[in-house]
Design a protein around this ligand. Structure first.
Ligand SMILES: [Zn+2]
Length: 245
């Protein structure tokens, strides 16, 4: 369960590829269409701030999910049935945006849209998540840790809703443990031990999926890095930890 298009690939692409390779069915829930994100400078720059960017990011997500082995019928948008609580009209949750507090740690944006994910009541978001869980009846739900990986408010909100929705449905929940910019893992916060997976065999698959997200990032293949639209470099993740909560 992710907040924006590209998170599934950046944070969990290798994990998804591993599960697909093991024959495990993976379903992907994405909360927003990344409307507030910047656009990589180049031919797609004209899309920034337009509705066309929304469509482009939907297309990019479809491309990446297919590359990772997620079927068309296993992709879901939060607020759209079956990821919508019974009796409520479908809605779109919008990207809440973010600002950098310091390298590697994000905080709330100055200007937050009225339809933003963080403005929605947690109970509504949780009910939508629970509706999808009830439909799919997965063995395990996976989402961010309680810090949202790097603090993005939408990631934190998805952690809260995914955990609460899983608890409500009686389904196991695991958070993704990441390595921070300082090399420390979020594991160091003192919670239970995580199980780590070496997923380097999936580098080519993850790289192919990353290339789908051309409006958000570029791939420095030789260096094994991605470069975000804002210029931040980040290693391509090929090891992940999962911690059951
Ligand atoms: Zn994100």
């Amino acid at each position: 369960m992710h907040a924006h298009p590209d998170d599934e690939t950046i944070a969990t692409g290798a994990l998804i590829a591993e599960m697909a390779a093991r024959g495990i069915r993976v379903s992907l829930l994405t909360a927003t269409r990344g409307e507030q994100g910047e656009v990589v400078r180049g031919p797609l720059s004209v899309l920034e701030g337009t509705d066309a960017l929304t469509r482009e990011r939907e297309r990019e997500l479809a491309c990446a999910a297919a590359a990772l082995g997620i079927g068309f019928a296993d992709r879901f948008w939060l607020g759209t049935p079956p990821a919508r609580a019974a009796g409520l009209a479908p809605r779109a949750y919008r990207d809440s945006g973010m600002t950098w507090i310091r390298p590697g740690l994000a905080g709330p944006a100055d200007d937050i849209d009225g339809d933003a994910l963080v403005r929605a009541p947690l109970a509504e978001v949780t009910a939508d998540v629970a509706a999808l869980i009830g439909q799919l009846r997965p063995a395990l739900v996976i989402s961010y840790d309680n810090g949202g990986g790097y603090g993005h408010p939408d990631h934190v909100r998805m952690h809260e809703a995914a955990l609460a929705g899983s608890r409500a449905a009686g389904v196991a929940f695991a958070e993704v443990v990441q390595v921070g910019v300082d090399g420390a893992t979020s594991d160091a916060r003192g919670a239970g031990a995580a199980e780590w997976f070496d997923l380097s065999a999936h580098l080519a698959t993850v790289t192919a999926a990353l290339r789908c997200h051309a409006s958000q990032l570029t791939v420095d293949e030789g260096g094994g890095h991605i470069v975000h639209s804002g210029g931040q470099r980040e290693p391509i993740i090929t090891a992940s930890g999962l911690r059951l909560l």
